[in-house]
Ligand binder design. Structure first.
Ligand code: CO
Length: 255
């Protein structure tokens, strides 16, 4: 289950995940669903329909073991709604469903993500370079994962900050830190599973309010890395390891 995206790079990323899942679980049926109804409607109008979580689960009801992996980044509203959908399915068919946690959940998940992130950074970063990650952000309490992750990012060798489009901290909240640290060049990178309008427009776009434009007006040289986390195989493996954990755990989701 992914949030979903209509752009071809994102769909290619999903193709990669699909291959990795099939390699990890040979012989298993693999079904995809997008949790965003806006994106599902868009794709349906383009003649490329993708199932909703309910529709995909319905197709899985006759399988012996059913497991769902969330390709979300944090356990926010989308993950909550997925849990409700699964609960309804379990009650209707009397069949338990195993659920793999999103990218960030336990302490060890954040440690793992921060261990992999530097592999995605550009080589030869200078002292006055900073990497700024664009997270989504949310009004859901799980937004705390973003400022929480900053604590872990502070332990990296690279100067790396995280800010969000729709939550806390916003880009404006981290500008004083960049100034204080005398940063000259900022590398923008999505901390999003796939690239969509946020990465392409709000982060790297040429519009006056994009992060790129805001930072350039502040006097920074800006480079954008427009690649979603799900485009990196080591990150995909992390999500898939959560699916493996779900297979090995007894079913119990608390909500
Ligand atoms: Co959004």
């Amino acid at each position: 289950m992914a949030f979903g995206s209509g752009n071809s790079a994102a769909l290619a990323a999903i193709g990669n995940i699909d291959r990795e899942v099939k390699n990890t679980f040979p012989g298993a049926g693999v079904f995809w669903a997008f949790t965003s109804s806006v994106i599902r409607n868009k794709l349906r109008n383009e003649g490329r329909p993708v199932d909703s979580p309910e529709e995909a689960l319905e197709k899985m009801k006759d399988f012996e073991i059913i497991a769902v992996q969330s390709f979300h980044v944090i356990p926010g509203g989308e993950f909550d709604s997925l849990k409700r959908t699964i609960r309804t399915f379990e009650q209707r068919y009397g069949k338990p469903v195993k659920l793999g946690r999103p990218l960030l959940y336990h302490h060890k998940d954040i440690v793992e993500v921060c261990r992999l992130l530097p592999e995605l950074f550009p080589l030869n970063l200078h002292m006055d370079d900073a990497v700024v990650l664009m997270g989504h952000g949310t009004s859901h309490p799980a937004n705390i994962y973003y400022p929480g992750m900053q604590y872990y990012l502070n332990q990296l060798k690279t100067n790396c900050r995280i800010a969000t489009v729709e939550g806390y901290p916003a880009l404006s909240d981290i500008l004083p830190d960049l100034k204080q640290q005398q940063i000259k060049r900022v590398w923008l990178m999505p901390f999003l599973a796939v690239t969509g309008k946020h990465a392409l427009n709000d982060m790297a776009g040429d519009g006056a309010s994009s992060w790129k434009s805001v930072l350039e007006r502040e006097g920074y040289a800006v480079n954008s890395i427009a690649k979603g986390l799900a485009e990196y195989t080591p990150m995909v493996r992390l999500w898939i390891s959560h699916l493996e954990d779900a297979f090995n755990e007894s079913v119990d989701h608390d909500d």
